[in-house]
Write a protein that binds this ligand. Structure first.
Ligand code: FAD
Length: 637
């Protein structure tokens, strides 16, 4: 019983992974404790004040579909919205919102507090008590909690060490807007490494200085207005907060001179772990890319604060050098630094020690989630938190495990990439990591995952019913679009779309008939114009053919049907030939293989895999790239 400090599941850490893990464990029915060092940092965004983005937005939608908190919280805390990648296909659109940090944190705290079965305990976890290798409890600073499953989600705290210039000190991170640092988690690192014999390695991440918005010359920067707010959760309205404006400025050759001249003031790379490839420090960008300038986005941290996050300026130079860098940038000449940027280096556990439930293979009942598994980012942490928390709860209750496959969602891709291939650098989600990305869209996350979540108790009847209702609207919309059929020549008079060779008078003259769904698949045709045309061409008024809540999904299904079939076929052919040898003299050059990223080419050159199966085991080589490489090799031979 909770009063006697007996739980089914104890979750250690109140960050993005920990809150989702605790909520998921409690929702499947386990009596759960969330132990965290400071209650006032529950739901804290340690770095950028934003949620979502390319690939990450999909994860937020999936977390929501699985009954998680992140989507609902950003819908309460969002103050600036952008749909990234809008010019590309809908499958890779990346919903992103900037948050008021305090509103977001308050929302997470409130949502966690509303969950029955879940108690928050403010303390430090010092050890996980094992009987043999099986979890029996968690020892805190002040008491011991008994449990049969524990989830460790200590983020950057495992033997954390912060750096500013050559100065370094033990800490998991800085407390926002204060001089206080949060202590690292050394005892847990010892447990994982020495008692359980897990392989640990070092990673690093950094955060930029925070600026005083009152000292920024906004007129010298480019305005970045918000789009209309959109909802991240399928089960609530979008944010209704006032919207803010962000601004953009950029570094310049003078900034880069300062960076290069002060490279020696940074801690030597040999003493620090590997940093995030896709969120590099300013020093790394200057070193790696021969460019005169890099973008800097000025993102206010909230509605009632002057603190501004200069996205793009992370770097742990000594404070005086950070001041010079900031002052060299247009609009920031007189900007004051409120808190210095810093790096944090920490241990992570090689995720290949985990199974697909995120359970530690060597210790039944012990689960890991979040940055401790080698990822970077709030969204990745949250998705791992849901999977680990649900499985911890299910195992404590003696129920079947909950595993998502790569076909089910990005959460499945994330877990599979980590536990099968491991990672040597902070892992960030991208849409290109998913082989089934045309079907794993943000718009259909609920339809893909909520029924699965309902089966294990992660969501209740209300969400399951709402999801089933939306599925019926989608099915109905698709049926109606398939049935509305007219002569192609008639459609062409009313639906604007990009010309292609199907739009020949010859075909139309032969009386080709097309359905509204086929018309919608034409380049640039959109649902509204197809519906308008159908109404004009029909004898009876068709009204709105597709219901409001099904429009995004119906449009995407029509657009992608043909591609989906083709990709599935290509992928099947590739899979059947995975044991095929790669030519030993294959030139991994960007000119020969322009569709592969610089990261992929670098890794292929370094590993020179013998077969396609070997190539698929290299972390960072995406499934779509493997299919591309396969087609390249087959057509070359
Ligand atoms: P966290 O959010 O770090 O939460 C860990 C929680 O565990 C904290 O609440 C802590 O108090 C608690 N805890 C630790 N030890 C114990 C213990 N023994 N007992 C009880 N509680 C404990 N991400 C990016 O995507 N891009 C970036 O550029 C980026 N830069 C970053 C820079 C810095 C300086 C930091 C600190 C983080 C940065 N991040 C960045 C990472 C981002 O913050 C994390 O990916 C995300 O917060 C991970 O979530 P998590 O739940 O795993 O860990």
């Amino acid at each position: 019983m909770i009063g006697h400090k007996e739980f089914d599941v104890v979750v250690i850490g109140g960050g993005h992974a920990g809150c989702e893990a605790a909520a998921a464990a409690a929702r499947v029915g386990a009596r759960t404790a969330l132990v965290t060092q400071r209650k006032d940092t529950i739901g804290e965004m340690s770095c950028n004040p934003s949620i979502g983005g390319i690939g990450k937005g999909h994860l937020v939608r999936e977390v929501d579909a699985l009954g998680g908190l992140m989507g609902l919280a950003i819908d309460r805390g969002g103050i600036h919205f952008r749909m990234l990648n809008r010019r590309k296909g809908q499958a890779v659109w990346g919903p992103r919102a900037q948050a008021d940090r305090d509103l977001y944190k308050a929302a997470i705290f409130e949502l966690v507090g509303e969950i029955p079965n879940l108690e928050i305990i403010e303390d430090s976890a010092l050890d996980v008590e094992l009987e043999g290798s099986v979890v029996r409890g968690v020892r805190l600073g002040r008491e011991t909690l008994t449990c049969s499953a524990a989830v460790i989600t200590t983020g950057t705290f495992l033997r954390g060490r912060c750096y500013v210039g050559h100065e370094s000190y033990e800490a998991g991170r800085h407390v926002r807007n204060s001089e206080i640092v949060e202590p690292p988690s050394n005892a847990l690192a010892k447990l994982l490494e020495e008692t359980l014999g897990l392989p640990l390695a070092r990673l690093k991440t950094g955060t930029p200085p925070r600026l005083d918005g009152r000292t920024i010359d906004w007129d010298r920067c480019v305005v970045q207005p918000s789009e209309e707010p959109f909802a991240f959760s399928s089960y609530g309205p979008p944010a209704s907060n006032p919207l803010i404006r962000c601004h953009r400025t950029a570094t310049n050759p003078r900034t880069h001179e300062i960076v290069v001249a002060n490279a020696h003031t940074l801690a030597a790379p040999s003493t620090t772990g590997v940093g995030p490839r896709y969120c590099p420090s300013l020093y790394k960008k200057v070193e790696r890319f021969d460019r005169p300038s890099h973008g800097v986005w000025l993102e206010p941290e909230g509605l009632g604060t002057h603190v501004v996050y200069p996205n793009g300026l992370s770097g742990a130079f000594p404070l005086e050098v950070q001041r010079q860098i900031v002052a060299s940038i247009r609009g920031l000449e007189r900007a004051e630094i409120l808190q210095a940027g810093y790096d944090v280096e920490y241990d992570f556990v090689d995720p290949r020690s985990l199974d697909h439930c995120l359970g530690v293979r060597a210790a039944p009942g012990l689960y890991l989630a979040g940055q401790i598994c080698g990822t970077t980012g709030y969204e990745e942490a949250a998705a791992l938190g849901v999977i680990a928390g649900a499985n911890a709860g299910l195992s404590a209750l003696g129920r079947d495990r909950f595993v998502l496959s790569r076909r089910d969602g990005y959460a499945g891709v994330l877990v599979d990439d980590l536990v099968s291939r491991g990672t040597r650098e902070p892992y960030r989600m991208f849409t290109s990591r998913a082989e089934y990305r045309l079907s794993l869209r943000a718009d259909n996350a609920d339809l893909r995952l909520t029924p699965r979540a309902f089966e294990v108790g992660l969501v209740g009847d209300d969400r399951a019913e709402a999801c089933a209702r939306r599925q019926r609207c989608v099915d109905d919309g698709l049926r109606r679009l398939d049935r509305l059929r007219f002569r192609a020549a008639d459609w062409y008079r009313h639906v604007p779309f990009a010309p292609d060779d199907d739009r020949t008078g010859k075909k139309a003259a032969r009386g080709v008939v097309k359905s509204a769904a086929e018309m919608l698949a034409m380049p640039n045709a959109d649902l509204a114009s197809v519906e308008r045309a159908a109404n004009t061409l029909s004898d009876d008024d068709q009204g709105g053919v597709v219901a409001a809540e099904a429009r995004d999904t119906v449009a995407a299904v029509c657009k992608y049907r043909a591609y989906l079939d083709r990709f599935d076929k290509e992928f099947d052919v590739y899979r059947r030939n995975e044991q095929l040898f790669l030519p030993p003299d294959l030139d991994y050059d960007p000119k020969a293989l322009p569709a592969l990223s610089a990261e992929e080419l670098e890794k292929l050159r370094a590993h020179r895999p013998k077969t396609f199966a070997d190539a698929s085991n290299i972390a960072g080589i995406t499934p779509a790239s493997l299919v591309y490489l396969y087609n390249h090799v087959v057509t070359r031979t």
